[in-house]
Design a protein around this ligand. Sequence first.
Ligand SMILES: Nc1ncnc2c1ncn2[C@@H]1O[C@H](COP(=O)(O)OP(=O)(O)OP(=O)(O)O)[C@@H](O)[C@H]1O
Ligand SMILES: [Mg+2]
Length: 358
Amino acid sequence: MTNSKTNLDARLERKPSVELSVRDLKVSYRTRNGYFHALDGIDFDLQPGSVLGLVGESGCGKSTVVKALMRLLPEGTKVTGEVKLDGDDLLAMGQSELRDVRWNKISLVTQSAMNSLDPVVCIGDQIVESILAHEKVSKDIAWERAESLFELVGLLPKRLHEFPHQFSGGMRQRAVIAMALSLNAGLLLADEPTTALDPIMQDQIMASIRKIQEMLKRSMILVTHDIGLVAENCDTVAVMYAGKIVEAGPVQEVLVSPEHPYTIGLHNAFPRMLEEGQERPPLISIAGSLPNLLDPPKGCRFQNRCPLASEICSAEEPTLIQKSNGRRVACHHVDKTEQFRTIANKSETWAIGAGDLT
Ligand SMILES: Nc1ncnc2c1ncn2[C@@H]1O[C@H](COP(=O)(O)OP(=O)(O)OP(=O)(O)O)[C@@H](O)[C@H]1O
Ligand SMILES: [Mg+2]
């Protein structure tokens, strides 16, 4: 590791100053049945060098956030709001400015990225080509950088001469991460970077992503279903539900004492948050499903699954209230959180349906 650090060229080591602020981001996909309102007023900030976890069940809009930041949404999609990267509004940029930002300032690793490697070009040449496409450096320097990055992600530099089919899935994903890091992007977007891999490989790859993030001081957004991964890897977390952030704040606080009923439910649904020696509680699933976002419900989007739901929840949308300790939560019944937590680990609480506890 020390070797790879000394080998890394100055450009990669330079501490980037990427600061991201997202305000009132709304995304509506055009479908045959009308607009599908996938994101409705997303707000968050990412400080330089820190890691934000974006968590929530399938379909809540996590990848849509990532695609909006990369401006990779399909044509015809309505996007409004403000996404500022070091002060420049990404949503207002023209194509040439955008090309510059993509990969030079933001890079993306997805679950399926490892399948996008070219099967007939050796991996080292693919990384070098991607560096040369964006930067004026010599081929030798680009190759040296690829070697350092391979070491950094736990691959032997001599394997740069090999082809994708000679790599296992986990190795291909590491190679893709090396490629994503090969330009000096200050912001790494990792959308379920390990979901397709087995648990041991997942842990190893997350450990190397974390090491790299700490060493190169990149900012990162880690998208995952897995609260355990968030606990181990993120500084802050934003919990999404049906196209909205329902709770956000410092990881330790949000995960140890969640305040939104949905976060409390999610917490129960994941077994990886156990203290050492603690007995594993039964897994609890939250009954019901996401509302139809072709025609979003009035009021709180979680109301039909929330045991705490009352009249106000169907009448008024709760706003994401900023609290003094850096936490934000959007629920009309935060005052009942303490009480709710004591029964939220019982499956009956979630099975009985909406509003039964009010
Ligand atoms: N091109 C599209 N057209 C219409 N609807 C879309 C499109 N892409 C995504 N959606 C819908 O938007 C919602 C959010 O999708 P998104 O992929 O952002 O969710 P996600 O949280 O990343 O889910 P997962 O955890 O399964 O990856 C989903 O209901 C999805 O079906
Ligand atoms: Mg996704």
